[in-house]
Design a protein around this ligand. Sequence first.
Ligand code: CCH
Length: 292
Amino acid sequence: QTAKVAANFTPTKADYQKVYNRIAEIMDDAGEYDDGSFGPVLLRLAWHASGTYDKNTGTGGSNYATMRFEPESLHGANAGLVVARQEMEKVKAEFPWISYGDLWTLGGVAAVQEMAGPRIPWRPGRIDGFAKDATPDGRLPDASQGALHIRDIFYRMGFNDQEIVALSGAHALGRCHTDRSGYEGPWTFSPTTFTNDYYKLLFDEKWVWKKWSGPKQLEDKKTKSLMMLPTDYVLTQDKSFKKFAKAYADDNELFFKDFSAAFSRLLELGVPTGQFVASDAWEMKTIEEQSS
Ligand code: CCH
């Protein structure tokens, strides 16, 4: 873990683009894993590394990448993220100069952009912290709860209702795993393509409680192949959340714009401004853009 980094090496934007490109490659090299991509789980790692932020104490967030340490790595909410952290170790071995916080958040950026989502402005500057910087359990949302809990958790990070709903649209991607969260199944029919389908499906499908021995979750009545968590369904039940969810269901461009802004901000939570290398966040290029 103690790779040697040349003391006089100052990485440029081009160096970070190389890291991005390598992440994009590894993401696709997933074989039979899930839907053939590590993208969704890398995105979840970036989110859980950042979403521990508490604006009142200034603790948590992406700065120190404390999920490397126990007990944070073992917190229930982080079950399964070891897969993502291991993939990222491959990148770290090739680019030992990057901090874990920068690496993991750049992973979230690459995941969204390579899965056809919006550009996510990003900049480096996070530093590796220590086990003592880790946050207590319970800072990430509990899927079995309601609107009050979601607001408690996201307001603590400094987000408002609109941003909560925009960020939740990430559930267009990936799936739940019984051996991780206990829940099962994907939210959309295209779990490796970033779309506003999550909102559309929330309103267009009839959602009923799944009859099974697992935790309370909803399934679409028609195909029984999709799922919603209680916290997802709340976005259609709470008046304020519903207004934004409806707007994103009707307008993909608006969703992309608002997701980009909120996610970019999420990835910077807990990082002192002075630590950032650039005053304005960068837009990293997609693989497709670089090949044309
Ligand atoms: Fe999430 N999420 N999330 N989520 N999440 C799960 C999976 C993903 C909640 C609960 C769960 C966000 C908000 C919330 C992703 C991104 C985001 C799972 C299944 C649960 C449970 C885990 C498993 O079993 O593997 C709750 C509750 C909230 C808010 O209230 C936000 C915000 C984001 C990102 C911006 C992604 C991506 C996944 C899929 C992971 C995978 O492995 O496929």
